[in-house]
Design a protein around this ligand. Sequence first.
Ligand code: PDD
Length: 301
Amino acid sequence: MTQSLCLPTVYLNGEYLPLESAKISPLDRGFIFGDGVYEVIPYYDGRGLRAREHLVRLQHSMDELYIQNPYSVAQWETVLAELIVRNGGGNLAVYIQVTRGVAKRDFAPPVGVAPTVFLMANPLPTPKPEIYANGISAVSLDDNRWLKCHVKSTALLGAVLLKHESNLLGGDEAIMFRDGYLTESSASNIAIVKNGVILCPPMDNLILGGITYILMIELARKASMPIEIRRVSRKEVRTADEIWIMSSTKEVVPIVTLDGKSVGASIDAGKPGPVFKRMLQLFHDYKRSLPAAGSLAKAAE
Ligand code: PDD
């Protein structure tokens, strides 16, 4: 990988080193089985957005996979802070990848093997103004991933293929349904707006409980915006006034075309809607209020 794709200093198993020097065994279970978990934490001017919540979700993912967390929260925070400084601060997406480690190939998880820990800090490209102004397109696809989508696993082939299929069908993103109900996109959560009410699928095992999603729900409630967390049918999505996707790398982005048809019924169909614009404003206000770099612990209190 070249430096243009990734900033130079990474962290691997206790060492900070140039990306080119970071080497992992081909017997790593992350490579052999996709046997690992990950997190993506956004940093703005070196300030983490809900970094503590990402670390809590990392713990939950490891618990689900019976992987012992090699670090305490304080140790993770130290590594994160150091990596950000070594990569010059600014706007970064920090990836934490933890696998079950290196072992002879065997389906049964090995005992007493240290997990592999890898972190990299990529530039965080926040959406361009034209994305906010014009929105993006999506296609509906059946969600054929496994039934533990609440685990942020590195085994992402289902999501990779769904993303690819949505692109082959001419969409920017996939909007996925299981048994006739909305789940999420391949790497983002989804909310729709119907008659002024924001409708959000529940955070069960069928979706990842997104940190951005939870934040948006909190911000909407604080601003007294009508919001319901419940199952959302395919028909409701098809007739939605607005559809948005949300994630740590995308923030919140409006979907304005679904399966080749404009989203919304009013004269503003096919354009980002008013509830999206309000939510985007609330999100940007929240970002501006983030505590200064170095006060991760305070931010979580
Ligand atoms: N994706 N759902 C899925 C399937 C995701 O992969 C993600 C995040 C989200 C949103 O979660 P959060 O708000 O915590 O980022 C929802 C990340 C960005 C990725 O895999 O690169």
